[in-house]
Design a protein. Structure first.
Length: 167
């Protein structure tokens, strides 16, 4: 019998939460071994990211028994909605799981609202930039940049001006 320290290749042929078949190849000969697996607890990291992969909250840790399954609830992250409210995971070879969140649409529906345009709109030869105010269907004054956006053309032609609102 000689001690082999190089030139061999070992891999899992089969693996369950309780047993594994391990194959070892050396000099074109393969030998398999059966091994029992004793489950142990391990820490797994939970990440909370947006669609671009940026962190939205500090990662947390979940302790789980190898091979066990559990359902995790996505925590609330201000301004975001999780793609999945729950995730069922099986503790295994992975070290982490990630909840992905989408940014909430904070724009108001202004379809049934009103838009008001203020300011001196007389032709000056320069761009005319009106002030715009928008109310929702209930008469609530909305906030520009939060509830809606204003888009302006260059507005330098006589008798022609354009302002668009999207929300």
């Amino acid at each position: 019998s000689e001690e082999v320290t190089s030139g061999y290749y070992a891999y899992f042929k089969e693996k369950t939460t309780e047993n594994a078949t391990i194959a070892v190849q050396y000099d074109s000969v393969e030998t398999t071994y059966e091994a029992g697996i004793i489950p142990e607890e391990k820490d797994y990291t939970l990440y909370y990211k947006d669609e671009a992969g940026d962190d939205l909250a500090e990662a947390s840790t979940v302790r789980a028994l190898f091979g066990s399954s559990q359902t995790l609830d996505a925590p609330d992250v201000s301004g975001y909605t999780p793609e999945k409210a729950q995730m069922t995971v099986t503790a295994g070879d992975e070290d982490s799981w990630t909840f992905i969140y989408k940014k909430k649409n904070t724009k108001k529906n202004i379809e049934d609202g009103r838009m008001y345009v203020f300011g001196d709109l007389r032709y000056t030869g320069n761009a005319v930039i009106p002030r715009v105010s928008v109310e929702d269907a209930d008469g609530k004054i909305l906030k520009e940049g939060v509830d809606y956006e204003v888009f302006l053309d260059d507005n330098v032609e006589i008798g022609e001006a354009w302002a668009g609102v999207h929300g």
